[in-house]
Design a protein around this ligand. Structure first.
Ligand code: 5AD
Ligand code: SF4
Length: 502
Protein backbone atom coordinates (compact mmCIF):
# COMPACT_ATOMS: atom_id res chain seq x y z
CA UNK A 1 0.00 0.00 0.00
CA UNK A 2 1.37 3.42 -0.94
CA UNK A 3 2.19 5.55 2.06
CA UNK A 4 1.60 9.31 2.01
CA UNK A 5 3.90 11.91 3.57
CA UNK A 6 3.85 15.51 4.66
CA UNK A 7 6.89 17.61 5.57
CA UNK A 8 6.46 20.51 8.00
CA UNK A 9 9.30 22.99 7.78
CA UNK A 10 10.48 25.52 10.38
CA UNK A 11 13.36 27.99 10.20
CA UNK A 12 15.52 29.33 7.45
CA UNK A 13 15.90 28.83 3.71
CA UNK A 14 18.45 26.05 4.28
CA UNK A 15 15.70 24.11 5.97
CA UNK A 16 13.16 24.93 3.28
CA UNK A 17 15.58 23.53 0.74
CA UNK A 18 16.51 20.50 2.88
CA UNK A 19 12.79 19.74 3.00
CA UNK A 20 12.78 19.58 -0.80
CA UNK A 21 15.51 16.94 -0.51
CA UNK A 22 13.58 15.06 2.16
CA UNK A 23 10.51 15.04 -0.11
CA UNK A 24 12.63 13.87 -3.06
CA UNK A 25 14.12 11.03 -1.03
CA UNK A 26 10.74 9.91 0.22
CA UNK A 27 9.24 9.93 -3.27
CA UNK A 28 12.19 7.89 -4.54
CA UNK A 29 11.42 5.43 -1.77
CA UNK A 30 7.80 5.12 -2.97
CA UNK A 31 5.98 7.60 -0.71
CA UNK A 32 3.53 10.08 -2.26
CA UNK A 33 2.80 13.63 -1.14
CA UNK A 34 -0.31 13.70 1.06
CA UNK A 35 -3.18 15.67 -0.44
CA UNK A 36 -4.50 16.34 3.05
CA UNK A 37 -1.64 17.09 5.45
CA UNK A 38 -3.71 15.98 8.42
CA UNK A 39 -4.22 12.52 6.97
CA UNK A 40 -0.59 11.73 6.09
CA UNK A 41 0.80 8.31 6.99
CA UNK A 42 4.16 9.94 7.69
CA UNK A 43 4.73 13.40 9.11
CA UNK A 44 8.28 14.75 9.02
CA UNK A 45 9.16 17.80 11.10
CA UNK A 46 12.17 19.65 9.75
CA UNK A 47 13.05 21.77 12.76
CA UNK A 48 14.90 24.92 13.75
CA UNK A 49 16.75 25.66 16.99
CA UNK A 50 17.90 29.20 16.45
CA UNK A 51 15.75 30.75 19.15
CA UNK A 52 14.00 29.26 22.14
CA UNK A 53 10.52 29.83 20.74
CA UNK A 54 11.44 27.62 17.76
CA UNK A 55 12.16 24.84 20.27
CA UNK A 56 8.92 25.27 22.14
CA UNK A 57 6.86 25.37 18.98
CA UNK A 58 8.06 21.94 17.90
CA UNK A 59 7.22 20.21 21.16
CA UNK A 60 3.79 21.88 21.13
CA UNK A 61 3.12 20.61 17.62
CA UNK A 62 4.33 17.12 18.45
CA UNK A 63 1.88 17.01 21.36
CA UNK A 64 -0.98 17.84 19.03
CA UNK A 65 -0.03 14.91 16.87
CA UNK A 66 0.10 12.34 19.69
CA UNK A 67 -3.67 11.65 19.79
CA UNK A 68 -3.80 11.61 15.97
CA UNK A 69 -1.13 8.94 15.90
CA UNK A 70 -2.76 6.82 18.57
CA UNK A 71 -5.95 6.82 16.49
CA UNK A 72 -4.17 5.81 13.31
CA UNK A 73 -2.20 2.55 13.48
CA UNK A 74 0.90 2.49 11.29
CA UNK A 75 1.34 6.25 11.23
CA UNK A 76 4.95 7.39 11.65
CA UNK A 77 6.45 10.67 12.88
CA UNK A 78 10.02 11.73 12.12
CA UNK A 79 11.89 14.71 13.52
CA UNK A 80 14.91 16.08 11.69
CA UNK A 81 16.81 19.33 11.29
CA UNK A 82 18.58 21.59 13.73
CA UNK A 83 16.54 20.91 16.84
CA UNK A 84 16.91 17.16 16.35
CA UNK A 85 20.65 17.67 15.97
CA UNK A 86 20.65 19.65 19.23
CA UNK A 87 18.31 17.51 21.35
CA UNK A 88 19.18 14.06 19.94
CA UNK A 89 17.48 11.38 22.07
CA UNK A 90 15.89 14.07 24.28
CA UNK A 91 13.30 14.38 21.51
CA UNK A 92 12.14 10.90 22.46
CA UNK A 93 12.11 11.68 26.17
CA UNK A 94 9.87 14.66 25.53
CA UNK A 95 7.79 13.03 22.78
CA UNK A 96 8.07 9.22 23.07
CA UNK A 97 5.57 8.71 20.25
CA UNK A 98 8.15 9.90 17.69
CA UNK A 99 9.50 7.09 15.48
CA UNK A 100 12.64 8.55 13.93
CA UNK A 101 15.06 11.31 14.93
CA UNK A 102 17.66 12.28 12.33
CA UNK A 103 20.14 15.14 12.22
CA UNK A 104 21.32 17.78 9.79
CA UNK A 105 24.23 15.68 8.53
CA UNK A 106 22.40 12.54 7.47
CA UNK A 107 19.06 13.39 5.89
CA UNK A 108 19.81 10.71 3.30
CA UNK A 109 19.26 8.03 5.96
CA UNK A 110 15.61 8.94 6.59
CA UNK A 111 13.89 6.27 4.43
CA UNK A 112 16.10 3.50 5.87
CA UNK A 113 15.48 4.71 9.43
CA UNK A 114 11.72 4.73 8.86
CA UNK A 115 11.86 1.15 7.56
CA UNK A 116 14.01 0.08 10.48
CA UNK A 117 11.69 1.73 13.01
CA UNK A 118 8.69 -0.03 11.48
CA UNK A 119 10.43 -3.38 11.23
CA UNK A 120 11.99 -3.32 14.70
CA UNK A 121 9.04 -1.57 16.31
CA UNK A 122 11.57 0.67 18.00
CA UNK A 123 12.28 4.33 17.58
CA UNK A 124 15.48 5.08 15.71
CA UNK A 125 17.78 7.97 16.53
CA UNK A 126 20.67 8.69 14.20
CA UNK A 127 22.71 11.84 14.62
CA UNK A 128 26.11 12.23 12.98
CA UNK A 129 28.78 14.72 14.01
CA UNK A 130 29.77 15.76 10.53
CA UNK A 131 28.31 15.85 7.07
CA UNK A 132 27.65 12.45 5.53
CA UNK A 133 26.44 13.54 2.11
CA UNK A 134 25.99 16.91 0.46
CA UNK A 135 22.22 17.32 0.46
CA UNK A 136 22.64 18.33 -3.19
CA UNK A 137 23.64 14.79 -4.07
CA UNK A 138 20.20 13.61 -2.95
CA UNK A 139 17.13 13.71 -5.17
CA UNK A 140 14.85 16.73 -4.74
CA UNK A 141 11.17 17.39 -5.16
CA UNK A 142 11.08 21.12 -5.79
CA UNK A 143 8.29 23.29 -4.39
CA UNK A 144 8.25 25.85 -7.16
CA UNK A 145 8.15 25.75 -10.96
CA UNK A 146 9.76 29.19 -11.28
CA UNK A 147 12.18 29.71 -8.35
CA UNK A 148 14.82 27.30 -7.12
CA UNK A 149 17.31 27.03 -4.27
CA UNK A 150 20.84 25.90 -4.99
CA UNK A 151 23.32 25.30 -2.14
CA UNK A 152 26.84 26.55 -2.57
CA UNK A 153 27.98 25.41 0.85
CA UNK A 154 26.81 23.88 4.08
CA UNK A 155 27.96 24.68 7.61
CA UNK A 156 29.63 27.77 9.01
CA UNK A 157 33.13 28.53 10.31
CA UNK A 158 32.16 31.68 12.17
CA UNK A 159 31.95 31.79 15.94
CA UNK A 160 29.33 34.45 16.70
CA UNK A 161 28.82 34.11 20.44
CA UNK A 162 25.00 34.16 20.27
CA UNK A 163 24.63 31.54 17.57
CA UNK A 164 23.90 27.86 17.89
CA UNK A 165 24.14 27.18 14.13
CA UNK A 166 27.84 26.27 13.84
CA UNK A 167 27.43 23.59 16.51
CA UNK A 168 24.44 22.12 14.63
CA UNK A 169 25.44 22.51 11.01
CA UNK A 170 29.17 21.85 11.45
CA UNK A 171 32.20 23.29 9.71
CA UNK A 172 31.73 24.89 6.33
CA UNK A 173 32.07 22.66 3.30
CA UNK A 174 31.87 24.17 -0.18
CA UNK A 175 30.61 22.51 -3.34
CA UNK A 176 32.59 22.61 -6.54
CA UNK A 177 31.59 25.56 -8.78
CA UNK A 178 30.95 23.12 -11.63
CA UNK A 179 28.47 21.16 -9.49
CA UNK A 180 26.66 24.33 -8.42
CA UNK A 181 26.40 25.55 -12.02
CA UNK A 182 25.25 22.15 -13.29
CA UNK A 183 22.39 22.24 -10.79
CA UNK A 184 21.46 25.81 -11.79
CA UNK A 185 21.50 24.76 -15.45
CA UNK A 186 19.32 21.71 -14.72
CA UNK A 187 16.72 23.96 -13.10
CA UNK A 188 16.82 26.50 -15.92
CA UNK A 189 16.45 23.71 -18.49
CA UNK A 190 13.13 22.91 -16.81
CA UNK A 191 11.93 26.50 -16.97
CA UNK A 192 13.10 27.94 -13.65
CA UNK A 193 13.65 31.71 -14.01
CA UNK A 194 15.02 32.60 -10.60
CA UNK A 195 17.72 30.91 -8.55
CA UNK A 196 18.83 31.72 -5.00
CA UNK A 197 22.31 30.57 -4.08
CA UNK A 198 22.36 29.39 -0.49
CA UNK A 199 25.03 29.22 2.18
CA UNK A 200 25.39 30.22 5.85
CA UNK A 201 28.14 32.61 4.76
CA UNK A 202 28.38 32.83 0.98
CA UNK A 203 31.35 35.23 1.12
CA UNK A 204 33.51 32.50 2.56
CA UNK A 205 32.69 30.36 -0.50
CA UNK A 206 35.86 29.09 -2.12
CA UNK A 207 37.92 28.64 1.04
CA UNK A 208 36.55 25.25 2.10
CA UNK A 209 36.08 23.12 -1.00
CA UNK A 210 35.40 19.53 -0.05
CA UNK A 211 37.15 18.34 -3.18
CA UNK A 212 40.90 18.33 -2.46
CA UNK A 213 41.59 18.90 -6.17
CA UNK A 214 39.64 22.17 -6.29
CA UNK A 215 42.06 24.92 -5.22
CA UNK A 216 41.03 27.48 -2.61
CA UNK A 217 39.92 30.67 -4.27
CA UNK A 218 38.92 33.90 -2.50
CA UNK A 219 37.26 35.20 -5.65
CA UNK A 220 35.13 32.08 -6.12
CA UNK A 221 31.80 33.64 -5.15
CA UNK A 222 32.14 36.63 -7.48
CA UNK A 223 33.18 34.24 -10.24
CA UNK A 224 30.15 32.08 -9.54
CA UNK A 225 27.84 35.09 -9.88
CA UNK A 226 29.44 36.01 -13.20
CA UNK A 227 29.15 32.41 -14.41
CA UNK A 228 25.42 32.48 -13.53
CA UNK A 229 25.25 35.56 -15.75
CA UNK A 230 26.18 33.42 -18.72
CA UNK A 231 23.31 30.95 -18.27
CA UNK A 232 20.75 31.66 -20.94
CA UNK A 233 17.17 31.76 -19.66
CA UNK A 234 18.20 32.47 -16.07
CA UNK A 235 16.56 35.84 -15.41
CA UNK A 236 17.12 36.41 -11.71
CA UNK A 237 19.98 35.40 -9.44
CA UNK A 238 19.85 36.06 -5.71
CA UNK A 239 21.95 34.81 -2.83
CA UNK A 240 21.79 34.54 0.95
CA UNK A 241 23.49 35.16 3.29
CA UNK A 242 26.61 37.23 2.97
CA UNK A 243 28.67 38.35 5.99
CA UNK A 244 29.80 41.97 6.42
CA UNK A 245 33.24 40.91 7.65
CA UNK A 246 34.06 39.06 4.47
CA UNK A 247 32.01 40.97 1.93
CA UNK A 248 34.46 42.19 -0.68
CA UNK A 249 34.27 44.70 -3.51
CA UNK A 250 34.71 42.01 -6.16
CA UNK A 251 31.24 40.72 -5.20
CA UNK A 252 29.75 44.22 -5.50
CA UNK A 253 31.36 44.58 -8.95
CA UNK A 254 30.13 41.17 -10.05
CA UNK A 255 26.60 42.02 -8.87
CA UNK A 256 26.58 45.35 -10.67
CA UNK A 257 28.07 44.00 -13.89
CA UNK A 258 26.01 40.83 -14.19
CA UNK A 259 22.57 41.82 -15.50
CA UNK A 260 20.67 38.82 -14.16
CA UNK A 261 21.98 39.28 -10.59
CA UNK A 262 19.19 41.11 -8.78
CA UNK A 263 19.73 44.46 -7.07
CA UNK A 264 19.04 42.98 -3.67
CA UNK A 265 21.29 42.27 -0.72
CA UNK A 266 20.62 40.78 2.70
CA UNK A 267 23.39 42.12 4.95
CA UNK A 268 23.03 41.02 8.59
CA UNK A 269 23.91 43.88 10.97
CA UNK A 270 23.05 42.20 14.33
CA UNK A 271 24.07 45.33 16.28
CA UNK A 272 25.15 48.88 15.50
CA UNK A 273 27.38 49.13 18.57
CA UNK A 274 31.07 48.36 18.09
CA UNK A 275 31.28 47.18 21.70
CA UNK A 276 28.43 44.72 21.23
CA UNK A 277 29.75 43.55 17.85
CA UNK A 278 33.05 42.74 19.57
CA UNK A 279 31.25 40.78 22.30
CA UNK A 280 29.30 38.99 19.57
CA UNK A 281 32.66 38.12 17.99
CA UNK A 282 31.65 39.75 14.72
CA UNK A 283 34.79 41.26 13.31
CA UNK A 284 33.37 44.26 11.36
CA UNK A 285 32.44 47.55 12.98
CA UNK A 286 29.66 50.09 12.42
CA UNK A 287 31.72 52.23 10.04
CA UNK A 288 32.76 49.27 7.90
CA UNK A 289 29.15 48.13 7.68
CA UNK A 290 27.92 51.53 6.56
CA UNK A 291 30.84 51.74 4.10
CA UNK A 292 29.71 48.50 2.44
CA UNK A 293 26.18 49.83 2.02
CA UNK A 294 27.54 53.03 0.53
CA UNK A 295 29.60 51.15 -2.05
CA UNK A 296 26.71 48.82 -2.89
CA UNK A 297 24.44 51.82 -3.50
CA UNK A 298 27.10 53.59 -5.54
CA UNK A 299 27.29 50.57 -7.82
CA UNK A 300 23.54 49.77 -7.71
CA UNK A 301 21.58 52.91 -6.78
CA UNK A 302 18.27 51.06 -6.49
CA UNK A 303 19.51 48.06 -4.53
CA UNK A 304 17.12 46.91 -1.80
CA UNK A 305 19.13 46.09 1.29
CA UNK A 306 17.63 44.02 4.09
CA UNK A 307 19.11 42.94 7.41
CA UNK A 308 18.91 40.94 10.64
CA UNK A 309 19.15 42.70 14.01
CA UNK A 310 19.30 41.27 17.52
CA UNK A 311 18.03 43.39 20.42
CA UNK A 312 19.14 42.79 24.00
CA UNK A 313 22.42 40.94 23.56
CA UNK A 314 23.99 40.46 27.04
CA UNK A 315 25.51 43.72 28.28
CA UNK A 316 23.69 45.87 25.69
CA UNK A 317 23.23 49.33 27.23
CA UNK A 318 20.90 52.11 26.21
CA UNK A 319 23.89 53.76 24.47
CA UNK A 320 24.66 50.57 22.56
CA UNK A 321 21.06 50.32 21.48
CA UNK A 322 21.12 53.97 20.39
CA UNK A 323 24.00 53.02 18.05
CA UNK A 324 21.79 50.32 16.50
CA UNK A 325 19.00 52.83 15.97
CA UNK A 326 21.54 55.19 14.42
CA UNK A 327 22.70 52.57 11.89
CA UNK A 328 19.09 51.71 11.09
CA UNK A 329 18.35 55.38 10.47
CA UNK A 330 21.39 55.75 8.20
CA UNK A 331 21.21 52.41 6.41
CA UNK A 332 17.60 52.78 5.30
CA UNK A 333 16.97 49.06 5.06
CA UNK A 334 14.12 47.94 2.83
CA UNK A 335 13.17 45.55 5.57
CA UNK A 336 14.69 44.19 8.75
CA UNK A 337 14.23 40.87 10.48
CA UNK A 338 14.38 41.87 14.13
CA UNK A 339 14.90 39.42 16.97
CA UNK A 340 14.91 39.59 20.72
CA UNK A 341 18.08 37.95 22.00
CA UNK A 342 17.46 34.35 23.04
CA UNK A 343 20.08 32.50 25.10
CA UNK A 344 21.01 29.26 23.35
CA UNK A 345 22.52 26.41 25.33
CA UNK A 346 26.23 25.90 24.82
CA UNK A 347 26.85 29.30 23.21
CA UNK A 348 29.31 31.70 24.91
CA UNK A 349 26.72 34.48 25.19
CA UNK A 350 24.33 32.29 27.17
CA UNK A 351 26.58 32.47 30.23
CA UNK A 352 27.74 36.08 29.86
CA UNK A 353 26.99 38.37 32.78
CA UNK A 354 24.52 41.26 32.42
CA UNK A 355 21.75 39.43 30.60
CA UNK A 356 19.28 42.17 29.72
CA UNK A 357 15.91 41.90 31.55
CA UNK A 358 13.08 40.80 29.23
CA UNK A 359 11.03 43.94 29.80
CA UNK A 360 13.99 46.11 28.72
CA UNK A 361 14.54 43.93 25.63
CA UNK A 362 10.90 44.11 24.73
CA UNK A 363 10.72 47.91 25.12
CA UNK A 364 13.82 48.41 22.92
CA UNK A 365 12.43 45.94 20.40
CA UNK A 366 9.22 47.95 20.07
CA UNK A 367 11.21 51.14 19.49
CA UNK A 368 13.32 49.44 16.82
CA UNK A 369 10.27 48.09 15.01
CA UNK A 370 8.59 51.50 15.06
CA UNK A 371 11.62 53.16 13.52
CA UNK A 372 12.09 50.46 10.89
CA UNK A 373 8.39 50.53 9.92
CA UNK A 374 8.65 54.27 9.31
CA UNK A 375 11.73 53.77 7.13
CA UNK A 376 10.15 50.87 5.22
CA UNK A 377 7.13 52.99 4.44
CA UNK A 378 9.19 56.02 3.39
CA UNK A 379 11.40 53.89 1.13
CA UNK A 380 8.38 52.18 -0.43
CA UNK A 381 6.62 55.52 -0.98
CA UNK A 382 9.56 56.64 -3.11
CA UNK A 383 8.65 53.88 -5.55
CA UNK A 384 5.10 55.10 -6.23
CA UNK A 385 4.90 55.95 -9.93
CA UNK A 386 7.77 53.69 -10.98
CA UNK A 387 7.43 50.70 -13.29
CA UNK A 388 8.17 47.26 -11.84
CA UNK A 389 8.90 43.94 -13.53
CA UNK A 390 7.21 41.20 -11.55
CA UNK A 391 7.69 37.47 -11.40
CA UNK A 392 4.19 36.33 -10.50
CA UNK A 393 4.14 34.12 -7.41
CA UNK A 394 1.60 31.64 -6.10
CA UNK A 395 -0.72 33.18 -3.56
CA UNK A 396 -1.11 30.45 -1.04
CA UNK A 397 -3.08 32.56 1.40
CA UNK A 398 -5.55 33.44 -1.38
CA UNK A 399 -5.60 36.96 0.07
CA UNK A 400 -5.13 38.54 -3.31
CA UNK A 401 -8.05 36.70 -4.91
CA UNK A 402 -10.42 38.47 -2.51
CA UNK A 403 -9.04 41.83 -3.60
CA UNK A 404 -8.90 41.04 -7.34
CA UNK A 405 -5.12 41.20 -7.27
CA UNK A 406 -2.28 38.80 -7.87
CA UNK A 407 1.15 38.97 -6.26
CA UNK A 408 4.56 39.27 -7.84
CA UNK A 409 8.12 39.81 -6.73
CA UNK A 410 10.00 42.76 -8.18
CA UNK A 411 13.63 42.38 -9.24
CA UNK A 412 14.74 43.95 -5.96
CA UNK A 413 12.78 41.36 -3.99
CA UNK A 414 9.84 43.55 -2.95
CA UNK A 415 6.38 42.01 -2.91
CA UNK A 416 3.87 43.78 -5.13
CA UNK A 417 0.13 43.10 -5.23
CA UNK A 418 -1.14 44.08 -8.68
CA UNK A 419 -4.65 44.50 -10.04
CA UNK A 420 -5.41 42.10 -12.83
CA UNK A 421 -8.21 41.17 -15.18
CA UNK A 422 -8.85 37.46 -14.57
CA UNK A 423 -9.46 37.03 -18.31
CA UNK A 424 -5.76 37.77 -18.90
CA UNK A 425 -4.97 34.25 -17.70
CA UNK A 426 -1.79 35.25 -15.89
CA UNK A 427 -0.21 32.38 -14.00
CA UNK A 428 2.41 32.13 -11.25
CA UNK A 429 5.73 31.90 -13.10
CA UNK A 430 4.77 34.46 -15.77
CA UNK A 431 6.41 37.88 -15.97
CA UNK A 432 4.36 41.09 -15.99
CA UNK A 433 5.08 44.78 -15.75
CA UNK A 434 2.98 47.34 -13.95
CA UNK A 435 3.26 50.70 -12.19
CA UNK A 436 3.33 51.15 -8.41
CA UNK A 437 0.35 53.16 -7.20
CA UNK A 438 0.48 52.76 -3.42
CA UNK A 439 2.93 51.86 -0.68
CA UNK A 440 2.68 50.07 2.66
CA UNK A 441 5.60 49.18 4.95
CA UNK A 442 5.76 45.56 3.80
CA UNK A 443 4.38 45.58 0.28
CA UNK A 444 3.52 47.71 -2.71
CA UNK A 445 0.28 47.99 -4.64
CA UNK A 446 0.16 48.33 -8.41
CA UNK A 447 -3.41 49.05 -9.42
CA UNK A 448 -2.60 50.86 -12.67
CA UNK A 449 -3.21 47.72 -14.69
CA UNK A 450 -0.78 45.32 -16.27
CA UNK A 451 1.31 46.95 -19.01
CA UNK A 452 2.84 43.77 -20.41
CA UNK A 453 2.56 40.04 -19.92
CA UNK A 454 5.15 37.45 -20.85
CA UNK A 455 3.94 33.87 -20.64
CA UNK A 456 6.79 31.58 -19.65
CA UNK A 457 7.69 27.92 -19.58
CA UNK A 458 7.63 28.22 -15.76
CA UNK A 459 4.05 29.50 -15.99
CA UNK A 460 3.12 26.51 -18.20
CA UNK A 461 4.71 24.15 -15.69
CA UNK A 462 2.94 25.77 -12.75
CA UNK A 463 -0.38 25.56 -14.57
CA UNK A 464 0.24 21.89 -15.31
CA UNK A 465 1.06 21.33 -11.64
CA UNK A 466 4.60 20.19 -12.28
CA UNK A 467 7.79 21.29 -10.56
CA UNK A 468 11.35 20.55 -11.61
CA UNK A 469 13.04 17.44 -10.39
CA UNK A 470 16.77 17.56 -10.06
CA UNK A 471 18.50 14.28 -9.96
CA UNK A 472 21.54 14.11 -7.71
CA UNK A 473 24.11 16.68 -8.86
CA UNK A 474 27.78 16.47 -7.93
CA UNK A 475 29.59 14.10 -5.68
CA UNK A 476 30.68 13.75 -2.12
CA UNK A 477 34.35 13.88 -3.03
CA UNK A 478 36.35 15.06 -0.05
CA UNK A 479 33.79 14.49 2.66
CA UNK A 480 35.62 11.33 3.62
CA UNK A 481 32.47 9.81 5.01
CA UNK A 482 31.02 6.36 4.53
CA UNK A 483 27.89 6.03 2.44
CA UNK A 484 24.30 6.02 3.66
CA UNK A 485 23.73 3.60 6.49
CA UNK A 486 26.65 4.71 8.65
CA UNK A 487 26.39 3.61 12.23
CA UNK A 488 24.45 5.95 14.45
CA UNK A 489 25.99 7.50 17.52
CA UNK A 490 22.81 7.08 19.52
CA UNK A 491 20.11 4.50 19.30
CA UNK A 492 17.32 4.63 21.79
CA UNK A 493 14.45 2.32 22.41
CA UNK A 494 11.16 4.12 22.37
CA UNK A 495 8.64 3.92 25.12
CA UNK A 496 6.34 4.34 22.15
CA UNK A 497 3.71 6.05 24.27
CA UNK A 498 0.86 5.89 21.84
CA UNK A 499 2.08 3.44 19.25
CA UNK A 500 1.02 0.31 21.06
CA UNK A 501 4.37 -1.48 20.79
CA UNK A 502 5.27 -4.16 23.25
N1 5AD B 1 18.89 35.11 19.63
C1 5AD B 1 18.20 35.94 18.80
N2 5AD B 1 18.39 35.98 17.47
C2 5AD B 1 19.31 35.16 16.95
N3 5AD B 1 19.74 34.97 15.67
C3 5AD B 1 20.67 34.00 15.69
N4 5AD B 1 20.89 33.56 16.93
C4 5AD B 1 20.06 34.27 17.74
C5 5AD B 1 19.82 34.27 19.14
N5 5AD B 1 20.49 33.47 19.97
C6 5AD B 1 19.24 35.75 14.55
C7 5AD B 1 20.38 36.49 13.86
C8 5AD B 1 20.55 35.73 12.59
C9 5AD B 1 19.15 35.27 12.31
C10 5AD B 1 19.03 34.16 11.34
O1 5AD B 1 18.68 34.90 13.58
O2 5AD B 1 19.96 37.81 13.61
O3 5AD B 1 21.09 36.50 11.54
FE1 SF4 C 1 18.34 27.44 9.81
FE2 SF4 C 1 19.83 28.06 11.90
FE3 SF4 C 1 17.30 27.47 12.27
FE4 SF4 C 1 19.09 25.60 11.58
S1 SF4 C 1 19.04 26.77 13.52
S2 SF4 C 1 17.05 25.88 10.69
S3 SF4 C 1 20.45 26.72 10.23
S4 SF4 C 1 18.06 29.22 11.18
Amino acid sequence: MTRSYSVRTYGCQMNVHDSERIAGLLEDAGYVAATDDDAADLVVFNTCAIRENADNKLYGNLSHLAPVKSGRPGMQIAVGGCLAQKDKDVVLTKAPWVDVVFGTHNIGSLPALLDRARHNERAQVEILDSLETFPSTLPARRDSAYSGWVSVSVGCNNTCTFCIVPSLRGKEVDRRPGDVLAEVQALVDQGVLEVTLLGQNVNAYGMSFADPDTPRNRGAFAELLRACGAIEGLERVRFTSPHPAEFTDDVIEAMAQTPNVCPQLHMPLQSGSDRVLKAMRRSYRKSKFLGILERVREAMPHAAITTDIIVGFPGETEEDFAETLDVVEKARFTSAFTFQYSARPGTPAATMPDQVPPEVVSERYQRLIKLQERICLEANQELVGTEVELLVVADEGRKSAATGRMTGRARDGRLVHFAVDPAAGIRPGDIVTSTVTEAAPHHLIADAGVASIRRTKAGDAHQAGTTPTTSPVGSNVGLGMPTIGASPIVETASACGTGGCA
